[in-house]
Structure formats: C-alpha cells, structure tokens
Design a binder for this molecule. Sequence first.
Ligand code: TYD
Length: 220
Amino acid sequence: MSTTRQQGFFITFEGADGSGKSTQMRLFAARLRQAGHTVVETVEPGGTRIGGAIRAILLNPENHDLSPRAELLLYFAARAQNVDQLLLPALERGEIVLSDRWTDSTYAYQGHGRQLGTDVVVELDHVACRGHRPDLTIWVDIDLETGLERARARNAETGASAESRMDEQARDFYARVRQGYVELERLDPGRIRRVEGAGTPEEVAERVWAEWRRFEAAHV
Ligand code: TYD
C-alpha cells in the first residue's frame, strides 16, 4: 500500500468552529489506517511541544491584550515549527499527514475575520511553510446558524457564558470567516474540496471519503 511510497500526502481539515471538522478528521484517520496507510495526525495551533506552548498563549482568554498582528505571527511561528519537526519528516517517510487546520484557517480567521488582509497571510506562509502546501483540503462547511448553535451548546456544556452582544459580534466575525473559505475554494478549487457539514457524522464522513477516493484515483 501507499505506506511504502516515497513521498507522502498532506491533507488538511478546515471549517468554522462547530463545523465538526475535528470529528471528521478522526473518522477519516481511522478509515485510512484500516485501508493500510500510515497516518500522522496534527493540529494547528499546536502539534509540537513548542507549538503547544504557543497554543496556550493564543487560546488563553486572559490574553485579550494580544495584538492582532502578534497573534498572526504566533500562528505562523507554531506552523513553522510543525513544518520542520513533524510535517516534512513524515512526508519524507512516505506517510499521510492530516492536520486539523492550517494556513487556510489563518487566511479565513486573521485575513478575513480579523480583517488583517490576505496578502500578509500569503507572504508569511512563504516564510513559515517554504512552499509546502496541502495536497488536499477538506472544507467542512456549515451554515452560520448551525455553527453558532453548536458553539453555544459547547459553551453551555463547558459552563462558558455568551452575552447577546458577543453573539452579534460572533455572527459578523463568522460570516467574514466563511467568506474567506468561499474565496479560497474559488481560488483553488482543485485542492479545496467543500463538503456539506449538515447531517450525521457518519453521513458527512461518507462525503469526506468520496472526496478522498476521487483524489486517490487521480494521484496514486
Ligand atoms: P480549537 O480549540 O482548536 O477550535 P476548533 O476545534 O474549532 O478548531 O481552537 C482553534 C481556534 O483558533 C479556532 O477558533 C480558530 C482559531 N485559529 C485562527 O484564528 N487562526 C489560525 O491560523 C488557526 C490555526 C486557528
């Protein structure tokens, strides 16, 4: 099987918070392993020891004074470490690397959501990733309302509260994030495959698998 191939594949999962992409990545990884592939799973921000430390800074709600550009650079710092320490060695071993988020997240969240612009994201990607890009990206797309509802349910479970004013801000922000993904798909339709995120996890997993089979037929 492809475990002995010279060069592996790099596949990323993207989507808004609450899209279910992390669940889908787990299901996909299990199915690939069943099919005999060697799979490495990683996550952004995070994925390495250094990346984990950067993730703790980025996701700590006490760091509300983190400036948007500092935030942007930290996402890429974590990613640069991931490229050197995890991604490239695994690809050289011929393995399949799956990442829960990658530069498309920065494009959608910082470029569009935080309105830092997409040029700077593309530029920093060249520095951090040195031209290494995903071979296939699964964009798990859900409508804004479903995403917000799932995120609210998750907050309720974890005890976090959300004021309605925050909700309104979240709505505008996530609308811009989704626009970012729409734009990416338009710019790179061969790599970015939109998968409808509505339905049961099993139904969505079938759609993901169908995209992989299409990719596999064209590349293996
Ligand atoms: P995480 O807890 O991993 O959420 P999820 O399961 O939805 O991915 O937190 C990741 C958060 O970081 C998520 O809100 C998106 C954000 N993010 C960015 O804003 N830019 C980025 O480049 C990345 C990788 C993530």
